[in-house]
Design a binder for this molecule. Structure first.
Ligand SMILES: N[C@@H](CCC(=O)N[C@@H](CS)C(=O)NCC(=O)O)C(=O)O
Length: 250
């Protein structure tokens, strides 16, 4: 059967033109997530640090039934209490901050914050994948965790643990190729470079800004998985991580 041609503009990050109030659950700000997704953890940590009461919709990673209404097929997706629909984790962080007291600089105003928010996706997210999925043993361990914690159906769970481990091992290999150093050394180097940008207690100085939540969410997704000892043993990043964990309770 011929595939239906895709019509309409490509989905994009940021605030969307159409409000979807029916997708805000119990009239609260709502995030559509996977429990173990690093990008979703960025958003959860900001919401919790601000004491914002929110609904969380766990999306089935295989069927994505809960996200069928959205052109943007990645998580997180955010729907505010009034139905405002926002895509892409860094844009969601900015939106939530802007509508809840505006404590960190807006995009385009503070190049340091912007660069470190980009770093969370372009460098840190890829560096942790290379370490977590360093070999088949560590990949299987990660997929065992992911398929237990994320919302998989029972049948999907068993198949995806094994299939996922093979696929993610391949992804890990390709991520490792992006960097000159082997995965563990590379992650250590990336944490060292983050340390240089943490002034006082946070990237934001005395208070956390978008760069803090963006990078914390990525590293939080690694807790309990292969390579997290690199974070725990880092003399600057571990105290920063612990401060972020304390204030966000995620
Ligand atoms: N740039 C996006 C990336 C989000 C992303 O890649 N999320 C993953 C889950 S951690 C995803 O939804 N992948 C597509 C899929 O599962 O089909 C963001 O920052 O929100």
């Amino acid at each position: 059967m011929a595939r239906k041609a895709k019509t309409g503009p490509e989905p994009y990050g940021g605030v969307q033109p159409k409000k979807v109030p029916e997708k805000s659950i119990d009239g609260k700000p709502t995030i559509y997530t996977y429990a173990t997704c690093p990008f979703s953890l960025k958003v959860k940590s900001l919401l919790k640090s601000r004491g914002i009461d929110f609904s969380n919709v766990e999306v089935d990673p295989m069927k994505k039934t809960e996200l069928k209404w959205s052109d943007w097929t990645k998580v997180p997706v955010f729907v505010d209490a009034d139905g405002t629909h926002v895509n892409d984790s860094n844009d969601i962080l900015h939106y939530i901050d802007e509508t809840n007291g505006g404590k960190f600089p807006r995009k385009g105003v503070d190049s340091k914050q912007d660069e470190w928010m980009d770093f969370s996706n372009d460098i840190l997210g890829k560096s942790i994948v290379a370490v977590i999925y360093k070999n088949y043993r560590t990949s299987l361990h990660a997929l065992d965790y992911v398929t237990r914690v994320d919302k998989f159906g029972l049948k999907d769970r068993i198949v995806n643990k094994w299939l996922g481990a093979i696929i993610m091992r391949m992804v890990g290999k390709s991520r490792a190729k992006m960097f000159d150093e082997p995965p563990r050394e590379n992650l250590t180097n990336q944490l060292n470079s983050m340390s240089g940008a943490i002034e006082k207690d946070f990237f934001g100085g005395e208070l956390p800004n978008g760069a803090d939540f963006a990078n914390y969410g990525i590293l939080r997704s690694m807790q309990g998985l292969n390579g997290f000892d690199i974070v725990e043993n880092h003399d600057v990043i571990w105290p920063w991580y612990s401060r972020m964990q304390l204030l966000s309770d995620v």
